[in-house]
Design a protein around this ligand. Sequence first.
Ligand code: FE
Length: 184
Amino acid sequence: MKNSSVHSILEILSTKGHEQYGTEAVSQLEHALQCATLAKTSNATPELITASLLHDFGHLVHNLGEDAAERGIDDRHEYRALNYLKTIFSDAVTEPIRMHVNAKRYLCAANKDYWDSLSPASKTSLELQGGIFTEAEATEFINQPYAEDAVKLRMWDDLAKVKNLKTPGLEYFVPVIKKLIINS
Ligand code: FE
């Protein structure tokens, strides 16, 4: 049953994933694959590679449209698929996903150059997502379990927007993901 849940996730990624990633130069699927590939080449754990692949899955399971942020709507995508993903994966996968938006708010507070490096779309969504953390919020954030993983994921997320970059396909990551299914 959990196996079939993973199949439906991959099915959604490979079909709906061809939608554009907001105003970025890549599709949702390309973005997910680039992010997971960056995690893999950085020798991340299988859990963090899987989190990187699925971090924006919540974008694919709502009907707010791919341009929600430009229309002033925060789609709260980091939470949308979370309860579902929690039935399949451990916290090591789901917590970095849950925290990847707040990791951007953290990085803006921790590193003054980080905000400059964000894409225009990411700067727009930052405001909708609550803006830069205060120092106290940043400290509270980074002291949570898996916060460091969420920050790593976030940095790969920001880089995973390269037009026409060749990466391994979804099938490459299937065995990595399947090994992580809990209570299967
Ligand atoms: Fe993303």
